[in-house]
Ligand binder design. Sequence first.
Ligand code: PLP
Length: 345
Amino acid sequence: MNYLDRNEFNYAPSPEVLEALKNFDVNKLCFYTRIYDEGKKSILSVYLAERYGVDEAQVLLGYGGEDILKQAVHYFLTEADGNKTMLIPRFSWWYYKSIADEVNGRTLEYPLYEEGDTYRYDLDEMKRMVLCHQPKILLIASPNNPTGNGLTPDELSELLADIPATTTVVVDEAYASFVTADTTYIQRLVNQYPNLIISRTLSKFYGLPGLRMGFGFISKELGRFIKYSNKYLGYNRISEDLAIAALQADDYYRNVARQMNESRACYEQEIGRLEGFTVYKSVANFVLVKYPIALKPALQKAFAEQEYKVKFMNEPGIDTHLRITLGRPEQNRIVIDTIKNIAHT
Ligand SMILES: Cc1ncc(COP(=O)(O)O)c(C=O)c1O
């Protein structure tokens, strides 16, 4: 089976990751890390602090981005002030609402506007909704799954300038490394604003969803949450080593991302011109495709026959859409040809 339904990695891990796994000293597993004695949480947070230019105390680690997001949502929506409201994008990862529901949170959706082959956030509308609803959390996904749009660092900064400190802004940047290698804005923003959490992951750009390793950056002022999040006895020591190896192999992963971009261009050129189809612009490891809904059964059958799994979206307003992970070029070719065959019959 070819899995192009969960934005996973259909390429091989970088040679550096394989090396790190081969060289891992298994005796390390017999002991907890001692880095805690130095007041640090992990060799990985130390590495990330240096690389991103922030204090180690401002680095969060989690069991994937999902864990960082869940920790933040559970923590802030259960604070003593009783404010259980979180704003999320209208079309977004289903998980945001689900983790709010787990603690009886209330999620409100802010709009995402479709304009031709893109979606966009409306900063003024987001600010207006924050002022009106005074949410405990404003969650922004950038780039957003499944619509592929995001905010630039300038837009994010402009938004943060108008958000009261009582609202924690959580930015899910799971796919952000596909947009740019420049991460300098992270240091700037977490030090400038008192209410910011940025969540990233090894699962997408660095292609290691099975590693279950996420990391984040946070304003110093949110110190109580930092304390809540930190693990006293440390983190998985194999994952720490492999994560550092992957983060040091940027060239390898940039090259994979370049190949994905070439495949995305094929989708745009070949599927985008089919009658009734739209291929949305995105900078991530997936494409969102609108298709004529009458073709759904035929498409489902054809993908099943080819042993390909792609994501047929079901959410209202975005239910005539397919989200397709960018795989290896030959896989992408099969998906494109499968869609073209159905569209032409
Ligand atoms: C928007 C978004 N955020 C976060 C994640 C979390 O991934 P992980 O927990 O593997 O880091 C995903 C995974 O699909 C995602 O789509």
